[in-house]
Design a protein around this ligand. Sequence first.
Ligand SMILES: [Zn+2]
Length: 347
Amino acid sequence: MRSRPPRSMVLPRIVVTGPSVLEQLPAVIAELDLPERGLIVCDSNTLKIAGRQVNEYLEIGGHQMKKVVVEGANSQELLRVEDALDGMDFLVGVGGGRPIDLAKQAGFNKNIPFVSIPTAASHDGFGSARSSIRQAGRKTSMQAIPPIAVVADTTIISRAPSRLLAAGVGDIVSNQTAVLDWRLDGQKADYSEYAAALSEMAAQLVEDGIEKVASGTEEGVRLVVKALISSGVAMSIAGTSRPASGGEHKFSHWLDANSDNPALHGEQCGLGSIVTMYLHGGDWEKIRDTLKIVNAPINSKGLGMDDGMVLSAFINSKEIRPQRTTILDKTEPKAIEEAALATGVIG
Ligand SMILES: [Zn+2]
């Protein structure tokens, strides 16, 4: 593990977003002045979607490339990626969640720069410094490195299933309650007005353009991608995930750790946000309606879970990162249940 000066920000140096930007990859790597040898981390699906293309572009650009095709984001696969990193100068994660999680965690453990190439916009992980790795069968959120560059080709991302984009909307709208929870904790939690404003604005822009997002056009996809990148930047500015992770994320992490069939991260966080916004006394209906427009889950049935599991997650979310105080930590179980019922999330 490396140490950084306190209050320093580590941000991506280059972010490229738009249709067909993947072809700019060799120019991006050249601009970063990364040495020759690179490792591509992908799964069998993202290998077809973009991995082969990435390999080809980089080899044409004069890089010696190796690739590792992973199956899941777990501790064994992490070791496999770390082993494959021997003698490598940089690594490229090509994927939705798992290959990116492994690449940024392996990059962190081995101190090797990581380039992020998302193939879906289902959560803000492709631009953030946190990874989710399965250990002993359960997903755990860990400190990783933020990407040195993000190349988000919206032509590729537009082809991903609409469920993934809807989950991305869930992760973004949840920024609003994350910021409210962060503010609640105030100075103790190193609250940053700039990071909070950036995170809230990303959510706002997606809410305002939600019809465009629902239409599935490249423009709508780009709106979500940019918001998710801004979310990652807000976390880097703050030096903590707090601008984009509050009680609704603890709710989601609890489900990941305790449910046999967790839903997508963004689906859980979006739904969690409906209830925590209600508890904050804010406009929870706006969050619910935004999620509804893109067909993201707004109740336990939509998550594919029973009411008991969802309610347990809200009530027991305090077990997750107990040092991180949120509205759920400050509310009695009875009142949490009432909020879940009043918002229609359960019942
Ligand atoms: Zn998230």
